[in-house]
Ligand binder design. Structure first.
Ligand code: GLU
Length: 477
């Protein structure tokens, strides 16, 4: 059985690049019936935080991305040490007893274990004796320079890759305090959990040459590697919280009113495209279309500016998904945003409003602005001049509103009858339909740009419409 994993380190919030890595693993898993494994890489005790772990789960939960198995590396340390020990036994690793030195360089806290490649040659008996006497050491991988010229592997995205062994240092497997490094924990777990495909960011390519050496030394089967292009800003710099702020955090998009599946769609198109270049896709369509061949090798640009932190393509996709969603589903997503904006909205009301505003909003958060007049008991002040119709004056506006008020008092409040009624009233007054509708629209919505008039009137109901028209009449007077 195929098995893939997402292996975040809980040292920051969930980065959009990490979310994309999760999604590509997940798409692969769902397409090929593979197991999706969530492995928390939490061995770096000094840098892990609960807050970060929470943010990873929060982001994944929001995106509704499920997994099949879950592990924590900190609970698997015995396995990591065992594999490191096996490498020592087989001669693939050696102890480096170089001292730990305090450093006074700036930007570097604390000290560092020195590296002495000559320790490769230390006889095993001497190495065992010094270790037994309690002398601390770093366990290093013995990169096979004499027998191997280059480390090679075939990446599912980047093709054949190779690196001269002379350019790979004897990297650490265990630190001087005995804790295992990322290289050994990651490979030991990938082997033990029978990971068939390692799909991760291209920034891990240099690690992968080391990992290939470990897999071969342990005698395990190498997983297939697929590295993903990086997400960068328009100037080519790698996206980072420190440099680019909240645009790199998944929760920013949740709070800005993105639909989870629209945001997944957007992330997928950062570095991947389907054969037919479709853009708006459902989860199921993404699963069916996903393949490593569609992944680009060049970095993917996320477009944002300080003034407009949301990528226009993400916003466009979100609007498309909003439009193609069922009313009930969309209404459920809009409700918390309306309530968060301070409106007391019942779900039944939201169901009525949803079809009227869904063409007019790009994010869920926009509902608070686009539909406020449905939720407010009183309209915010507006300029009475807005009530005056095209090619008309205040007197005409007054006539129209008074006439409409009278008609609405006994009207049946449904779209077709309201339309027929108000068109007939316009005819009777001898004014164009538009001249009739505009004052009514502004009176009930407080603005000219609003959803279709008759549906709007029907949802607002007789009482509210009459009140607002009365208010407009007073304003004009
Ligand atoms: N914990 C590593 C990271 O977050 C895992 C990388 C990997 O092997 O997938 O970058």
């Amino acid at each position: 059985m195929q098995r893939v994993r997402f292996a975040p380190s809980p040292t920051g919030f969930l980065h959009i690049g990490s979310a994309r890595t999760y999604i590509f693993n997940w798409l692969y898993a769902r397409r090929h019936g593979a197991a999706m494994i969530l492995r928390i890489d939490d061995t770096d005790v000094g840098r892990n935080t609960q807050e970060s772990l929470d943010s990873i789960f929060e982001g994944l939960r929001w995106l509704e991305l499920e997994w099949d198995e879950q592990y924590r590396q900190s609970e698997r340390l015995a396995l990591h040490r065992e594999i490191a020990q096996a490498l020592l036994e087989k001669g693939y690793a050696y102890r480096d007893f170089s001292p730990y030195v305090e450093l006074e360089e700036k930007d570097w806290e604390g000290g560092r274990w020195l590296f002495n490649p000559a320790m490769r040659e230390m006889p095993r008996a001497e190495s065992d004796r010094r270790a037994a006497s309690g002398e601390p050491f770093v366990l290093r991988f013995r990169v096979p320079r004499e027998t191997l010229e280059a480390v090679r592997f075939r990446d599912a995205v980047y093709g054949e890759l190779s690196k001269n062994t002379a350019d790979i240092e004897d990297f650490a497997l265990l630190r001087g305090d005995g804790t295992p490094t990322y290289h050994i924990t990651s490979c030991a777990d990938d082997l033990d959990l029978k990971i068939s495909h390692v799909i991760r960011g291209q920034d891990h390519l240099t690690n992968t040459f080391k990992h290939v050496l470990i897999f071969d030394a342990v005698g395990g089967r190498r997983p297939v590697f697929a590295h993903l292009p990086l997400l960068v800003a328009a100037d080519g710099s790698k996206l980072s919280k420190r440099k680019h702020g909240p645009v790199v955090s998944v929760t920013t998009y949740r709070d800005a009113g993105f639909l989870p599946h629209a945001f997944i769609n957007f992330l997928c198109l950062l570095g991947w495209s389907p054969k037919d270049d479709r853009e708006q896709m459902t989860r199921q369509e993404l699963i069916e279309a996903f393949s490593f061949e569609g992944i680009n090798r060049s970095n993917a640009v996320v477009n944002f500016t300080e003034a407009d932190p949301l990528d226009p393509k993400a916003v466009w996709l979100n609007a498309e998904h909003i439009r193609s969603m069922g009313v009930e589903d969309l209404s459920g997503h809009l409700l918390p945003f309306a309530r968060a904006a301070g409106f007391q909205v019942e779900s039944g009301k939201m169901m009525q409003v949803t079809p009227l505003v869904r063409e007019r909003i790009k994010t869920l958060r926009d509902v608070a602005v686009a539909a406020d007049f449905f939720f407010l008991s009183q309209l915010p002040p507006y300029d009475p001049a807005e009530l005056i119709p095209h090619q008309g004056d205040a007197a005409l506006a007054l006539t129209v509103l008074k006439r409409a008020r009278q008609a609405l008092e006994t009207a049946e409040f449904s779209h077709p009858s309201l339309e027929a009624l108000l068109r007939a009233e316009a005819g009777a007054l001898g004014v164009k339909a538009g001249q009739m509708f505009q004052p009514i629209r502004v009176a009930v919505c407080g603005r000219k740009a609003a959803p279709p008039l008759f549906e709007t009137l029907a949802v607002l109901g007789r009482e509210t419409c009459l009140e607002r028209i009365d208010h407009a009449i007073r304003n004009l007077g």
